[in-house]
Design a protein. Structure first.
Length: 318
């Protein structure tokens, strides 16, 4: 099986590195930058929980020949980069290529399907976590179960089953789910509850729960999200979702810095439009008001659009 991963961030490198280390035929597709150049020259350095280090020769390409075989295209881009990056591959993939998106948020599969109308596009979620320590070095910092959706087409479903097996063999347990939509929403509940609030407060995930106000805000965000999820056909209970998010914030992900916080700190565009903003958009579709998610989305957009005007600590001290 020939696997191409779109992206070269932490999760793309973690997944690609794990697959390559287990002997799979995998490459990454990404524009040149210092991180990519370091990996192409020196290989990927993957640091595990016990601080053991694996060096992996991982190829990152900037182009693809039209006649190259690609069985799986795994999309691990930031959601806002989908169209700009994937449109360059539009005439280079055979219709048999199965495209899998395991990105944050909602709506990614629809965007990708519009770009590749002849291909099977499948959604999934990643249960693992990683961060870029510095160019060429990835820290593996989350260990869960990955899920892929299933499809009716036998050929595509066989490809997905084989891909899931390869990910599991590489140390990233993966299952094909009969209800991947519920899995995606369960991940979205957590992202919506923590990402924007941590980005605005510049706190780690668990620290937003240090005050009653933080806990109340998480409850309000997730309660709105659950109402929208129900309208989308997902079976979800507000109290159960809130309690699970609180548990995760206090136990599983409390010490993590959210990806949206890192984007804000590095003055990059965030994925707000497919997380809290995605909830707002679907709420409008169903006539459901989502004022808390709308307010958080608006605040993040204000920051994004005014990075050059931001008052930082060094300027305060002058």
């Amino acid at each position: 099986m020939k696997i191409l991963i779109a992206g070269a961030g932490a999760m793309a490198c973690l997944t690609g590195g794990k697959l390559k280390a287990s002997g799979e035929d995998v490459r990454l597709y990404n524009r040149l930058n210092s991180h990519v150049e370091t990996i192409n020259k020196q290989g990927l350095r993957l640091v595990e929980k016990d601080n053991s280090v694996t060096h992996i020769d991982l190829e990152i390409v900037q182009d693809l020949q039209a006649d190259e075989q690609v069985d799986i295209l795994l999309v691990l881009l930031k959601a806002q980069a989908n169209e700009a990056v994937l449109s360059k591959l539009r005439n280079k993939l055979a219709k048999e290529t199965v495209i899998v998106t395991m990105q944050n948020g909602i709506g990614n599969a629809d965007t990708i399907q519009q770009l590749f109308p002849k291909n099977t596009v499948v959604s999934g979620t990643l249960g693992h976590g990683a961060s870029v320590e510095h160019d060429g070095t990835i820290l593996h910092r989350g260990w869960g179960v990955n899920y892929l959706g299933n499809v009716e087409d036998n050929f595509a479903n066989n490809t997905l089953e084989a891909f899931a097996e390869k990910l599991s063999k590489a140390g990233m347990k993966t299952e094909v789910s009969q209800d991947v939509n519920a899995v995606i929403w369960n991940k979205l509940f957590v992202n919506a509850g923590f990402n924007s609030v941590t980005a605005l407060t510049r706190l780690k995930n668990g620290d937003i729960l240090n005050t009653p106000e933080g806990e109340d805000l998480l409850r309000a965000v997730t309660a709105e999200a659950v109402l929208v999820a129900r309208a989308e056909g997902v079976d979800a209970d507000v109290e159960a979702v809130v309690e699970e998010c609180l548990r995760m914030g206090r136990q599983d992900i409390g010490g993590n810095k959210s990806s949206m916080l890192m984007d804000i700190l590095k003055k990059r565009q965030t994925e707000i439009d497919v997380i809290n903003g995605g909830i707002v958009k679907l709420g409008e579709k169903h006539g459901i008001e989502t004022p808390v998610n709308a307010a958080l989305s608006g605040l993040i957009r204000i920051i994004e659009q005014n990075y050059k005007l931001r008052v930082d600590e060094p300027s305060i001290q002058k």
